[in-house]
Design a protein around this ligand. Structure first.
Ligand code: SAJ
Length: 406
């Protein structure tokens, strides 16, 4: 039996996937409300394919509880909070979960950490925490790091099809955990050591962050001399060895906007390109705010209350707002002038910011200018509703005359 600890964005789909592929799974979360919701037959967030997967897993016998189980395999996927100012990740929840596991687990148990941690965390914090409790790692407890790699919006597909990395002290233990993941994962599963696994996870997200920063920098260069960045990227990408990403209003989420800072924090005099890239991405909401003022001025619009931001989530077709560029922009706006920008997102049904709308038509009716912050399918399908509005499209998805871009 596998006890999955932490039933959030990663733990829940992982537990459901294993259960629906013949593994006996019990999911544990200290949030009793969340456990009750799952036990009442409902999932806790929106994600393509998750409801069907949930039904299959429940049929296969998955259970949800707040108690830690006595078993030989634990998978920990609890959040790793990130401090915006120190740019450091705090492994406190992971350590707390490991300590709780140690209270119940038999000798020889394997603890797999899926949560993203900064490179070196296992040796610096987790291993000492285990040994402080009187356990010898490698003998009484086997530690494994199996970083998750799935992308919100396509998690269920990617869980099955992505390649995976398993970092273990002991190769035999690594192979055993590889077999467990192979119950559902059709990708290649590489077994390596823990530090390498920690580093690969952060490096993958850093690669993407640096490449998004490059696209954002190109957008700024092109804006400066009135060139079409999308046309330029499209043509460059026809070269067999060029693959530029897309500029945008900023980088959100709890991964690409966070993980690369771990490398900057640990190697300040070495990680120069990464540092500049992160600053470029973090600066995009401010750049965009200036662009909004510029377009307002060009169109004789003086009242910021007549401008609406479409999209609050950090990217399209998910309900996750963590580090979202829209929230960053709203924060920045409050520093610069009286707040007033209107906001709407079809995925956010509760009130989270001022001047928020819950109906697309009503939102559009109350603004003269719409800024497309997030390319939800809804607005692609209903772009006709934007006719006669001033449009600033941060994703180049609105195919109409007179649309402004970043
Ligand atoms: N973005 C751009 N331009 C692009 C692509 C993305 O501005 O061309 C922005 C998005 O709008 C979003 C942010 O970047 O605000 C991040 O979105 P994303 O879709 O690139 O990635 P995440 O954060 O949802 O998920 C990433 C993935 N990592 C990589 O692709 C290397 C995923 O596989 C990881 O599992 C996840 O981080 C994680 O949990 O670490």
């Amino acid at each position: 039996m596998v006890n999955v600890i932490g039933l959030g964005y990663i733990g829940l789909p992982t537990a459901l996937m294993m259960a629906s592929h013949g593994v006996e799974v019990i999911g544990t979360d200290y949030n009793t409300e969340l456990v009750e919701t799952l036990n009442s037959g409902k999932t806790t967030f929106k994600e393509k394919g998750i409801d069907d997967l949930f039904t299959k897993a429940v049929k296969a016998g998955i259970q949800f509880t707040s108690k830690y189980q006595v078993t030989d395999t634990y998978i920990i996927s609890v959040p790793t909070p990130y401090d915006k100012f120190s740019k450091k990740v705090d492994a406190c929840y992971v350590i707390a979960a490991v300590k709780d596991v140690l209270k119940v687990c038999p000798k020889g148990a394997v603890i797999v950490i899926e949560s993203t941690v900064s490179p070196g965390t296992m040796d610096k914090y987790i291993r000492p925490a285990v040994e402080k409790e009187g356990f010898v790692t490698g003998r009484d407890i086997n530690l494994v790091h199996a970083p998750e790699r799935i992308i919100p919006g396509n998690m269920v597909f990617e869980l099955v099809h992505n390649n995976r990395t398993i970092g273990a002290d002991d190769h035999t233990v690594g192979e055993k955990i590889k077999d467990l993941y192979a119950s559902f994962c059709k990708g290649e599963i590489v077994v390596t050591d823990i530090k390498t696994a920690e580093m690969t996870k952060v490096v993958e997200n850093t690669f993407r962050a640096v490449n998004i920063a490059f696209a954002n920098e190109l957008a700024k260069i092109c804006r400066h001399d009135d060139m079409d960045v999308y046309e330029i990227i499209k043509i460059c990408n026809m070269h067999p060895r060029v693959n530029i990403l897309q500029p945008g209003p900023g980088v959100g989420g709890h991964c690409i906007s966070v993980d690369p800072w771990f490398l900057v924090g640990d190697y300040p005099s070495l990680a120069k390109v990464i540092d500049e890239s992160m600053k470029t991405n973090d600066g995009m909401p401010d750049f965009l705010l200036n662009r909004i003022y510029e377009i307002m001025k060009d169109n004789g619009l003086t009242d910021v209350k007549r401008v609406g931001l479409y999209g609050l989530t950090y990217k399209e077709n998910v309900d996750d707002m963590r580090e979202s560029p829209t929230l960053q922009l709203l924060e920045s706006q409050e520093r610069h002038l009286a707040a007033g920008l209107k906001v709407y997102d079809p995925f956010i049904t509760e009130d989270v910011v001022n001047h928020q709308y819950h109906d697309l038509d009503e939102f559009i009716e109350n603004v003269d200018m719409v800024v497309i912050m997030v390319k939800h399918n809804e607005i692609i399908e209903k772009m006709n509703k934007l006719k006669n509005k001033i449009i600033l499209d941060c994703h180049n998805i609105i195919k109409m005359d007179g649309v402004y871009h970043i």
